[in-house]
Design a protein around this ligand. Structure first.
Ligand SMILES: Nc1ncnc2c1ncn2[C@@H]1O[C@H](COP(=O)(O)OP(=O)(O)OP(=O)(O)O)[C@@H](O)[C@H]1O
Length: 590
C-alpha cells in the first residue's frame, strides 16, 4: 500500500530559518512577492483590474492586502496547505516567466516570525470568500469569510520575541528595501513606497531629469556621487540597469557589491560575480527578468546565463571607456588617474584596452612622465626596467647616456609593455639590464687606466670578499661617484648565497642545486669623471684605498636601493669607523 509522506512543519520552518534564509526579515519580501504575483495574475486575465498593495502594522499585527487574483476554497487547500506546491509553475514544472515566486515555500517564511497566519481571500471568479488559518504546528482550518472585493489579505501576529520585525519603521524600511522598484503602487501605513519603477526606466522625463534621478539614486543608496553613469542592457537576460563608475579608487581585492533586482524585487544588495573581475571600478544596480535566484532568493544562481551577462556587461563598460577616449580625453585622463589598475588589468587580455593604455596612460620614464605611445614616437623602441629598484638604480645614468627607459616596476606595467608588439609587430621591446648600461659607459684612456692598476688591485682586494668586481669608467653625470650594477641573475645568485649561508645543511644542499658559476658578478663602477673618485684613485695606502672603496660601495648600495645584507652592514660599519679614525687626529698622550 502506498503511503503519503508526513511533513513536520516545525522542522521545515526550523530548516528555513537556520539554513536557508539569512534573516527572518525575508518574511516581508515573501508576502510582498505573493501580493505582486497575485496582482500580475489577475491583470493577465482582467487587464483593467486595480493594482494596489497595502501594508499596515500595529506593531504586533501585520496586514498585507492585495487586489490580486485571490483563491477559491479548492485552491486554498491545494496551494496554501501543500508545501512545495505553487501556482506559478507550468504543466512541466518550470517557473512561469511572469511571476516572482516559483518554489512553493515562500509563505512558510511567515512562520519565522508568527505562530499563526490568516489568509482571507476571494477569487476573481466570484467564488465565495474563504478564510484559512495556518499554524506553525502544521495544522490549518478553513472557514467561510465575508469579503466583497476580489483579492487577498494576509494577517500575521508576531510571535513573542519577533515583535521587532513588526515595528512600523522596520516594516517601512523593509518594504522600501525590497519593493521600491515594483511596478505596482505599494503603501505602508498609507505611505507610498513603490510604483514608479526603476530610476533608469525609459519615460517622458527630460534627459537631464533622468540623469539627476540616477545620480540621486547613487547618492541615496551608495553614498557617493558617481564619476559617470553607464546604462546597461542585456536583452537575452531581460536585464536593464546602470553601472555607477566609482569616484574613488577601489580595492581590486574587495568586491563592490552590486544591487540586483529580479523582476523588480530586490534580490541582494551585495551580488558578487555580476561583472568581470577587472571591472572593480563600477558598482551596478540591475533588474533582470531571466536570471535565476537561489532558493533563498538572496543570491544569483551561477549558471551559463549569468556568465553571458557578465561578459555582456563587461563589454558595455569597455565600450564606455573606449567611447570616452574618443569623445572626452580629459575626462578619460581623470578616470585613469583614479582607476588605472582596473584598466591595466584589462589591457593584459584585451587589445583595444591595450591601445587605450598605450595612448592615454602616462607612465614614469627617465625622460619624464609620458604615455607609451609618446615614448614610442620619440624613442622608437621601448626599453624598460622590470622593477622599480632597477629603474631607480639606472634612470639617471641611462638618461646621461641618452638611453630612454620606462619604469615597468608598477603593477602590470612590465606585462603591458611586453604585450605592446600585439599592437605594432615592428615594435622592439627590450628589458634594460644593468649589464647593458655598463657597456655604454666609456672606458678610461688606456694610459690613465695603466697608471691606476695598483689602485684597482687594492680596491679589488677590499671587494673580493663580497664577490664584487671593481671597474673604472668615465661617464656622466659627473656628480655620480659610483654605481653598483647587478643583473637579475647575479642578484638572484647573491640572494641564494646569503640564504644558503643561513640555512641548515639539508636546505643548503637543496639551494646549492640552483647555484651557477657567477658569470656576471655584481660590479662596482667608479666614475673617473667624478672629482672625489679621482682623489680616491690617487691614494696609495692600501688600507686607505680599502676604506674609501668600501665607503663608496656602501653609498652605491644606498643610492641604488639595494638590500643591505649583514655582510654589507658589517663592512659599512668598519669603513665608517676606519675613516673616522683616519679623519680625527690621534690623542696626544705625551
Ligand atoms: N496573496 C496571494 N494571492 C493569491 N494567491 C496566493 C497569495 N499568496 C500565496 N498564494 C498562493 O499560494 C501559493 C504558494 O505560495 P508560496 O509563497 O508558498 O510559494 P510561491 O510564491 O508559489 O513560490 P516561492 O516559494 O518561490 O515564493 C502560490 O503559488 C499562490 O498560488
Amino acid at each position: 500500500m502506498d503511503r503519503t509522506f508526513q511533513v513536520d512543519l516545525r522542522g521545515v520552518v526550523d530548516l528555513l530559518s537556520h539554513h536557508l534564509y539569512s534573516s527572518p526579515r525575508v518574511y516581508l519580501r515573501e508576502l510582498l512577492q505573493n501580493a505582486v504575483d497575485a496582482v500580475t495574475a489577475r491583470r493577465a486575465v482582467e487587464p483593467g483590474a486595480p493594482a494596489a498593495i497595502a501594508i499596515d502594522t500595529t506593531g504586533t499585527t501585520l496586514t498585507i492586502t492585495d487586489t490580486g487574483i485571490g483563491l477559491s476554497e479548492e485552491q486554498v487547500h491545494e496551494l496554501l496547505a501543500t508545501i512545495g506546491r505553487s501556482s506559478k509553475r507550468d504543466e512541466l514544472g518550470f517557473a512561469r516567466h511572469e511571476f516572482l515566486g516559483q518554489f512553493g515555500i515562500g509563505l512558510l517564511s511567515a512562520f519565522l516570525v508568527a505562530d499563526e497566519v490568516t489568509v482571507l481571500t476571494r477569487a476573481h471568479t466570484g467564488a465565495p470568500a474563504v478564510k484559512w488559518v495556518g499554524r506553525a504546528d502544521g495544522t490549518y482550518r478553513i472557514a467561510a469569510a465575508d469579503r466583497a472585493e476580489t483579492g487577498t489579505t494576509v494577517v500575521l501576529t508576531a510571535r513573542a520575541g519577533a515583535e521587532s520585525w513588526f515595528a512600523g519603521p522596520t516594516v517601512l524600511e523593509l518594504a522600501t528595501l525590497y519593493g521600491s522598484m515594483l511596478p505596482f503602487p505599494v503603501t505602508v501605513g498609507g505611505r507610498r513606497v513603490a510604483g514608479d519603477g526603476p530610476p533608469w526606466r525609459a519615460d517622458e522625463r527630460p534627459a537631464g531629469q533622468r540623469l539627476a534621478d540616477l545620480v540621486g539614486y547613487a547618492q541615496d543608496t551608495f553614498d557617493f556621487t558617481p564619476f559617470d553613469v553607464v546604462e546597461l542592457d542585456v536583452p537575452q537576460a531581460g536585464l536593464t540597469g546602470v553601472a555607477y563608475v566609482l569616484p574613488f579608487q577601489a580595492n581590486p581585492a574587495e568586491r563592490a557589491g552590486h544591487r540586483v533586482y529580479l523582476k523588480r524585487m530586490l534580490l541582494t544588495e551585495s551580488a558578487d560575480g555580476l561583472l568581470p573581475g577587472w571591472a572593480f571600478f563600477a558598482r551596478c544596480v540591475i533588474d533582470a527578468a531571466e536570471l535565476r535566484p537561489t532558493a533563498s532568493r538572496e543570491a544569483l544562481y551561477d549558471d551559463g546565463l549569468l556568465e553571458e551577462v557578465r561578459e555582456a556587461l563587461g563589454a558595455q563598460l569597455r565600450g564606455w571607456l573606449v567611447g570616452l577616449a574618443a569623445t572626452d580625453p580629459g575626462r578619460l585622463a581623470r578616470f585613469l588617474g583614479v582607476h588605472h589598475l582596473g584598466v591595466k588589468a584589462l589591457a593584459l587580455h584585451d587589445d583595444d584596452m591595450l591601445a587605450l593604455v598605450d595612448e592615454w596612460l602616462p607612465l614614469e620614464t627617465n625622460m619624464g612622465r609620458m604615455t607609451l605611445g609618446e615614448f614610442r614616437a620619440r624613442h622608437g623602441r621601448i626599453r624598460y626596467t622590470s622593477t622599480a629598484e632597477d629603474f631607480r638604480q639606472l634612470a639617471a645614468v641611462a638618461s646621461a647616456q641618452g638611453l630612454a627607459v620606462v619604469n615597468g616596476g608598477y603593477t602590470y606595467d612590465s606585462e603591458i609593455i611586453a604585450r605592446l608588439p600585439a599592437l605594432d609587430p615592428d615594435l622592439v621591446v627590450q628589458r634594460l639590464e644593468p649589464g647593458e648600461v655598463m657597456t655604454r659607459l666609456a672606458p678610461l684612456d688606456p694610459g690613465v687606466e695603466l697608471g691606476l692598476r695598483p689602485f684597482l688591485a687594492n680596491a679589488q682586494r677590499a671587494m673580493d670578499r663580497l664577490g664584487c668586481e671593481v671597474v673604472l669608467r668615465a661617464f656622466d653625470p659627473a656628480a655620480l661617484s659610483v654605481l653598483y650594477l647587478i643583473d637579475r641573475d647575479a642578484a638572484f645568485q647573491s640572494e641564494l648565497k646569503a640564504t644558503r649561508a643561513k640555512a641548515d645543511q639539508l636546505w643548503a644542499g637543496v639551494l646549492a642545486a640552483f647555484e651557477k658559476p657567477a658569470e656576471d658578478r655584481p660590479r662596482l663602477v667608479l666614475n673617473h669623471r667624478n672629482a672625489l673618485v679621482r682623489r680616491i684613485c690617487a691614494l696609495t695606502d692600501p688600507a686607505m684605498v680599502g676604506l674609501a672603496v668600501e665607503a663608496l660601495y656602501g653609498q652605491a648600495l644606498l643610492l641604488g636601493y639595494h638590500p643591505i645584507r649583514p655582510a654589507d652592514a658589517a663592512l659599512l660599519n668598519r669603513s665608517f669607523l676606519g675613516l673616522l679614525e683616519a679623519a680625527v687626529p690621534q690623542e696626544d698622550n705625551q
